[in-house]
Design a protein around this ligand. Structure first.
Ligand SMILES: C[S@@+](CC[C@H](N)C(=O)[O-])C[C@H]1O[C@@H](n2cnc3c(N)ncnc32)[C@H](O)[C@@H]1O
Length: 228
């Protein structure tokens, strides 16, 4: 990138927030107080959720979108033969992901892909798991993103993820609205959606047994692609 680095802007331009954010998710001592204060939740939920990748059998194919700085790779175990495709719209984030893969000793199981979640360059039914952590709220079209992520899942496979939602928060939880406003101002948040929208869209896209649970301002969802 030429010229001065931008303070705010789209993720693909690697603005200041895109450089700060990886430290918050990769170093719990830094991130945990902020997640607790700003979102009323525990960052360890994210690290725990990533373990699902490590529970897959050798030969399984996983899509991690958006991969960001590769926090989901914490779940991948060295010496295994799981194939993770780590996709993101930001080239710089993909470099961070690949560095994380090397750090965790799993680079042989990771391929990075520069891709827009709204037009995933993968065939229908080609992944055994799709993980989408802290993602839907940044995508320009979360509805389309849900359809794309379910499209590339094989029937019977799971989609697991988390996002900030625009639910009707009350009392002290209204502070999540401040986080949303700041994110929109910095152009790192998209139009967002409610948790009910996400559940409905997952169902429309072909997921069944959809569950979504809120933890503070973040919702955790899981669904399985319908067997045809
Ligand atoms: C908040 S980070 C989350 C990353 C990671 N999953 C995590 O939990 O730390 C959001 C990521 O979404 C990526 N992103 C934004 N819009 C995207 C799009 N349309 N398609 C793919 N990735 C996108 C950004 O580049 C950024 O890396």
């Amino acid at each position: 990138m030429t010229g001065p680095r931008r303070l705010v802007g789209a993720w693909s331009e690697d603005p200041l927030w895109a450089r700060i954010y990886p430290h918050l998710v990769d170093h719990p001592a830094l991130g945990a107080p902020l997640w607790r204060l700003g979102l009323g939740t525990d960052i360890s939920l994210l690290h725990d959720a990533a373990r699902e990748i490590g529970a897959l059998p050798d030969g399984a194919r996983v899509l991690d979108v958006p991969t960001g700085s590769g926090v989901a790779l914490r779940g991948l175990l060295p010496g295994r033969h799981v194939e993770v495709v780590a996709a993101d719209i930001s080239p710089r984030m993909l470099e961070r992901t690949y560095a994380a893969a090397r750090r965790h000793g799993v680079a042989d199981q990771v391929t990075t892909a520069l891709a827009d979640v709204g037009a995933l360059p993968f065939g229908d039914g080609t992944f055994d798991l799709v993980v989408s952590f802290t993602g839907l709220h940044v995508f320009p079209d979360p509805h389309r993103a849900v359809h794309e992520m379910v499209r590339v899942l094989r029937p019977g496979a799971a989609i697991v993820g988390s996002a900030l939602f625009t639910d009707d928060f009350r009392g002290v939880e209204r502070r999540y609205g401040l986080v949303h406003a700041a994110g929109r101002l910095a152009r790192v948040l998209g139009p967002m959606c409610s948790s009910a929208d996400a559940v409905r869209w997952l169902g429309e896209a072909g997921a069944v047994d959809v569950r979504l649970e809120m933890s503070g301002g973040i919702g955790w969802f899981r669904g399985t692609k319908r067997l045809d």
